[in-house]
Design a protein around this ligand. Sequence first.
Ligand SMILES: Cc1cc2nc3c(=O)[nH]c(=O)nc-3n(C[C@H](O)[C@H](O)[C@H](O)COP(=O)(O)O)c2cc1C
Length: 319
Amino acid sequence: MTVLPWQSGTTPLMLAPMQGLTNRALRSYFIEHVRPDVIFTEFMRVNTAPAGAGLTAVDLRDVATWQEGVPLVVQLVGHERESLVLASRVAQEAGAAHINLNMGCPYGRMGGGLTGGGMLRYPDNLAEIIPAMRDAVDGSFSVKIRTGYDDPDQILSLLPLFETSGVDFLVLHPRTVVQKYDGAADHRVTARVIRETRLPVIANGDIRSAADGGRVLGETGAAGLMLGRGAIADPLLFLRLRGVVNPEPGREERRAELNRYLREILIRYGRLFCGDTQVLNKVKEIIAYLDDPELAKPLKEMRRAKTVRAFEAALHRLC
Ligand SMILES: Cc1cc2nc3c(=O)[nH]c(=O)nc-3n(C[C@H](O)[C@H](O)[C@H](O)COP(=O)(O)O)c2cc1C
């Protein structure tokens, strides 16, 4: 039996894979301050054969069983069986233990819209791809999926394939692919999927507070939670959910948290990225997810900052 990336009997809180955001430096900030139970790489693009796996040196640098003691799941996005199998092997040779297949991304520009959530347009292909990837992966093999391409019940028809193929767990974001990020994540579908499968299901989508997380766990019976945009806006969400810090921070607490978070990210990004412009653009990608109405003014200044120095000055005005 495969070893899951979390300890059995616990309810893991996972940091979501977010392309452009959850790079090694940001993950490292989360590990040091809130220690998610499981973290994911951003998706790694898999080329179609005969070009090979197509994983780059940068991708492979990010591949490991653990990052700073926290299990790291390597996520692949592609659509062709041979190349996904090859990429799974290459990733494992480079040190990965846990592999996840992205079946949810709604922006399928590569592979003619066949990858990510686009895989759900051709479910017949999955009967070949899923068992082949399962066989190629020694550690856990999981799938991150939406409820369907345009039909939120499609997921139910795929559960038997996932079970018989030996998929270890599912991460479910209960929106359809065509829905992109419109409307709300419908965790009634999560609850239904959980009732109909014996696989552990990690619930993901629109969890922005400890109350949201508690409600989703209570109403669905999910095996764990995955936090994306809510955690980018408030890294302490992990500790709020664990009851370690205030579930709803006051204004001053929030200011102090943001100050520490963004200052440290500037330092970490300074080491990872090249030059002020790149650092500034990358840190602004985080700011895009901060929407505290009370901090609207300094956040606007940070978004408009043209230099790291101007950004730091706006950050200074947070306190
Ligand atoms: C900017 C951005 C990048 C994302 N990149 C990925 C990715 O690389 N792989 C993936 O499976 N999902 C990706 N997602 C989806 C998230 O992992 C998550 O499923 C989604 O945002 C819903 O969860 P949330 O409401 O907690 O953010 C991305 C989402 C956003 C907003």
